[in-house]
Design a protein around this ligand. Structure first.
Ligand SMILES: [Zn+2]
Length: 208
């Protein structure tokens, strides 16, 4: 079964069931939108994507074409088989949460990738007591030789996309990051929708 033209609304999260061998085409519809990404194994919700194992297996602190998102049990969950613009994707920084926005000065409730994660999995009847680290697609976090980590706007244009191939049956969880205080979602500081397709065979534009 293929899903077409699904949307993760700006500042919201959604989860998508994937079978091994299916592809997720994740499109930065308007550009400059960070997408926090997780995977939960279908057979065991406690086997989650693990960025520490991901960095270890890939021997890299970034995430590029050909690399796999690795689980807490050291299994490949998703492989990025295509990155149309070959932009930076971050593996280091945390998903935003309530406390982060408080530290940025928010007095009222502010949506967060952490809340989006838990809301999205709850739609599938899943609860987790913790929030795994996220793979931060399109998030531009340069690292200098002395280890300093910067945060700059994404280097994406409208229509840029990545393709992830599921290596096991899993739940893919995506959050269109609600960050509107820093520049991490671009100079407009405006979270935007992203588009998602779960497909059995790759659409022609992936090969263009
Ligand atoms: Zn976020």
């Amino acid at each position: 079964m293929s899903l077409s033209n699904e949307t993760v609304p700006a500042s919201r999260g959604r989860a998508f069931q994937m079978k091994a061998g299916q592809f997720a085409v994740i499109t930065n519809t308007h550009g400059n939108q960070v997408v926090d990404t997780w995977a939960l194994a279908a057979e065991d919700r406690f086997e989650t994507s693990s960025l520490d194992h991901t960095r270890s297996v890939n021997s890299n602190i970034f995430f590029t074409e050909g690399m796999a998102l690795i689980s807490s049990r050291r299994r490949a969950m998703l492989t990025m088989i295509r990155d149309s613009a070959k932009v930076r994707h971050d593996t280091l920084l945390c998903p935003c949460n309530h406390e982060l926005y408080q530290q940025l000065g928010c007095q009222e409730y502010h949506r967060s990738c952490t809340d989006n994660f838990h809301e999205a999995i709850s739609e599938y009847g899943i609860e987790l007591p913790q929030t795994p680290a996220s793979l931060n697609l399109f998030m531009n976090v340069p690292v200098t030789d002395d280890g300093t980590v910067d945060r700059v706007p994404p280097d994406t244009a409208a229509g840029d996309f990545v393709v992830l191939r599921a290596e096991i049956d899993l739940l893919l969880v995506l959050s269109a990051c609600p960050q509107d205080i820093t520049l991490i979602n671009g100079p407009s500081r405006t979270p935007k929708d992203i588009a998602v397709r779960i497909v059995d065979t790759l659409p022609p534009e992936v090969f263009a």
